[in-house]
Ligand binder design. Structure first.
Ligand code: UDP
Ligand code: MG
Length: 132
């Protein structure tokens, strides 16, 4: 079964949105195969966000992503990598369509509630990174 790495970012936890977001994932028919609370450090973020590490906003992302715990999850289902990206909505919060998780909850692009792997290959790399 296809798997993806999903991470609820610190604002989702601070705003008590874990239940609502997991309900949407389950309602779609996906399974939460594993999950755990984690507090991230800069080293793992530099690895996870290597593709944005040289962008000017990266220090803010690190500050935000280390500001509180995240909920790391392995989510399973048919075509779940692409399906979760659709449920999540666009990266830019102002472009995320209503009805998507980011469209309904994100208040900025930096603090956009949820991470989801962007390919099957990256999903396996990210699952290994966060779950070992
Ligand atoms: N990000 C940002 N500004 C940008 C692009 C990205 O703050 O212009 C942040 C945003 O929180 C995003 C994360 O960096 O979720 C990782 O960027 P990516 O392009 O991988 O977007 P995602 O896969 O999360 O949709
Ligand atoms: Mg990404």
């Amino acid at each position: 079964m296809e798997r993806t790495y999903i991470m609820l970012k610190p604002d989702a936890l601070k705003r008590n949105l874990i239940g609502e977001i997991i309900a949407r994932i389950e309602r779609k028919g996906y399974k939460i195969a594993d999950c755990k609370m984690m507090t991230l450090d800069e080293a793992i973020l530099r690895e996870h966000y290597a593709h944005i590490a040289d962008r000017p906003f990266f220090p803010e992302i690190v500050e935000y992503m280390t500001s509180g715990p995240v909920l790391a999850m392995i989510v399973e289902g048919e075509n779940v990598v692409k399906g979760m990206r659709i449920l999540m909505g666009a990266t830019k919060f102002e472009e995320a369509t209503a009805g998507t998780i980011r469209g309904d909850y994100a208040m900025s692009t930096g603090q956009n509630i949820i991470h989801g792997s962007d390919s099957i290959e990256n999903a396996e790399i990210e699952i290994k990174r966060f779950f070992g």
